[in-house]
Design a protein around this ligand. Structure first.
Ligand SMILES: Nc1ncnc2c1ncn2[C@@H]1O[C@H](COP(=O)(O)OP(=O)(O)OP(=O)(O)O)[C@@H](O)[C@H]1O
Length: 212
């Protein structure tokens, strides 16, 4: 699905060869500052590599329109954005930006359940906790229905129990709906329990690629 060849980005990333598989759950692990978020940003074309090649489905990323790519490959940043308004507004705004039709409350309740967020659709989103805002932003992303999810520490603000529930639901959802999940995580437990492939990055280099 993604294939990287001799990719360099500033002094931050230097990846000789890396393949990320379609329809799999891949976790990216490594110390703080090792370049994990930078790798996700490259895959989402938020930044471009200085040299080397990145392919998505055998097509050079440089030749794919950024908006088109992000319809297929959507990223949840480490600090998700929450807009003023209700929980419903925040779920629907992604569809609006993507020029897709809005969905009804039934679908929105399904999404809230999927991200394990027990809140009313009319609730003010600014009153949510950090972990709840993170899940709301994840719900907004799921509604966009991309082929690939790039998640940067989606469970960093959650307690271990909630983290397990959400990641488990998310993995089940991606499997049922034939999606690809690429997730940065600090949690060794999450990586070993849920991923099929683990990419370990150290000082900008891939030091380990493990099929679990
Ligand atoms: N645009 C940039 N210009 C210069 N340095 C940058 C830029 N973006 C990131 N860095 C640096 O590159 C390194 C890798 O950053 P990155 O955010 O990818 O790490 P990370 O592995 O995701 O870390 P964490 O686990 O703490 O989120 C860090 O030292 C960071 O300060």
């Amino acid at each position: 699905m993604f294939s990287l060849k001799k990719v360099k980005y500033k002094h931050i990333l230097d990846i000789d060869n890396l393949n990320i598989k379609k329809h799999k759950v891949t976790c990216i692990v490594g110390e703080s500052g090792s370049g994990k978020s930078t790798l996700l940003r490259l895959l989402n074309k938020l930044i471009s590599c200085d040299s080397g090649e990145i392919y998505y489905e055998n097509q050079l990323l440089n030749t794919i329109d950024s908006v088109e790519l992000r319809r297929k490959v959507s990223m949840l940043p480490q600090l998700p954005v929450i807009f003023p308004g209700t929980v419903r507004d925040n779920l629907l705004i992604g569809l609006k930006f993507a020029e897709k039709l809005p969905v009804g409350d039934e679908k929105l309740h399904y999404i809230l359940n999927l991200v394990h967020l027990n809140k009313k659709l009319d609730e003010d989103s600014q009153m949510l906790s950090g972990g709840e805002k993170q899940r709301l932003a994840l719900g907004r992303l799921i509604l966009l229905d991309p082929e690939v999810f790039l998640l940067d520490e989606p469970s960093s603000a959650l307690d271990e129990e909630t983290e397990s529930i959400i990641i488990e639901k998310l993995v089940a959802y991606t499997k049922e709906s034939n999606k690809t999940l690429i997730m940065v995580t600090h949690s060794k437990k999450v990586a070993h329990t849920y991923s099929e492939n683990i990419i370990e990055i150290n000082k900008g280099k891939v030091v380990n690629f493990k099929e679990v």
